[in-house]
Design a binder for this molecule. Sequence first.
Ligand SMILES: Cc1ncc(COP(=O)(O)O)c(C=O)c1O
Length: 384
Amino acid sequence: MKIRNEFLPFSRPSIGETEINKVVSCLKSGWITTGALAGELEDKFCTLTSASRAIALNSATAGMHLALSAMDISAGDEIITPSLTFASTVNMIALRGAIPVFVDIDYGTLNINPGLIEEKITSRTKAIIPVHFAGAPADMEQINKLAAKYNLTVIEDAAHAIGTYYKGVHAGGFGNIAIFSFHPIKNITTGEGGMITINDTLLEKKIRLLRFHGIERDAWKRYGRGGNPTYDIAAPGYKYNLPDLLAALGLAQLERLQELNLRRSHLAGLYQNGLKDIRGIDLPEVPVYDHAHSWHLFIIKVVAIKRDEFMQRLAEYNIGYGLHFPPAHLLKYVQEKYAGNIGNLAETERAADQIISLPLFPDMQDADIEYVCDAIKEILHHGR
Ligand SMILES: Cc1ncc(COP(=O)(O)O)c(C=O)c1O
C-alpha cells in the first residue's frame, strides 16, 4: 500500500465556527475569567448528568485533588483504584498522604473487575475510584452496592465518559462524586479543564471554597457593580477555577456533544469491522450490561508481535498512536513507596504490555480508518 504523506495524529480537537464565535464573543465581552459562562457550563452539566450540582475546574486532576481534600483524605487512608488509570489519580492519592490499593481489571473491557473489590476493603478504606475506561461504563450497580455496604464514597473517574450511560444513567448520575476532563483529546474540550458533579451539598460547598483560595465570594461577585472586594479566608485553598474564556469553548463543544459522539461511534464501528478478521490483535470488548459507549478511545491489544515494534511500524505508515496507560503500580515512585501494597494484578500487566490506542477523533475521515486497518493488516500479515 502507498504510505500517506500527511501524518495522521492519534487525536485532534474538532473546533469549528461555533466554538470560534463563542470564544471571540467572550473575548469581546470584557469578562474572561470565571463568571457567568462557567456557571452556565455547570448548569448544563447538571442537566446532562442529572447530578444536582456541578463545579467547573481547570482540570480533572484538580477535581480529584479537591474531592480527596474536601473528604479530608489523609495519612493511612486507603483508596481503591484500578492500576490501569492515568497517573494523576494515584498522584493525588499520594499527595494526600493516603495509600492507593489497586484492583485488577477485566482484560476484555479494561474496566475495574468489580468482583475483586470487596477483598481489598479494610477498616481504613475511604473511597473507590472506578474509571469508565475508554468511554465504557464501569459496573456501577456492583460498585455502588459495595460502597453502600461498607459506607464508602465512590468517586467516578469520568474523564473518558462525557456521553457515557450505564443502564440509561449518565456517568455522574448515580449520586456519587464524578470527575470529567476537558483535556484536548477528550470527547469535548476547553483546551484544559474539568468538572466535578456531586449531590452532597456540604462537600460541594467545601470544594467550591477550596477551588478558589478559600475565598467565599467569586471574583465576579466581588468586582461586579456594587460588589464588595474584601474577603476573609477560613481555610486555605487552591487556584483551580475554570475561566470563562475556556468555558465559552466548552459550551460550544457541549452543544455538539451528540454529533461528536455519534461520529466517534461510527468510526469505532468501522474499526471493529475493518479489524475483525486480522489475526494477532484483540479488539476492545464492550460491557455485557446495557450501556452507551462514548468511544473516547479505541484500544486494541497487540498479541502477535511486541507492542513497541508495532508502534514503530505504525510510525513508518505515518500513523499516530497513544498508550492508555502505563499501569500506575509499575511507576517508579509507586513501586518504591507502596511496594507492600501491590497485590496480584495479572490481567493489568497482561493488557499493559499489549494495549495501544489507535487514532480516533470526530474529524477523521472514513478513509483514514480504512488506511489504518490496511496498515495493520500489512504489519501483521505480510510485512513490507
Ligand atoms: C482516566 C483519566 N483520569 C484523569 C485524567 C486527568 O484529566 P486532566 O488532564 O483533565 O487533569 C485523565 C486525563 O488524561 C484520564 O485519562
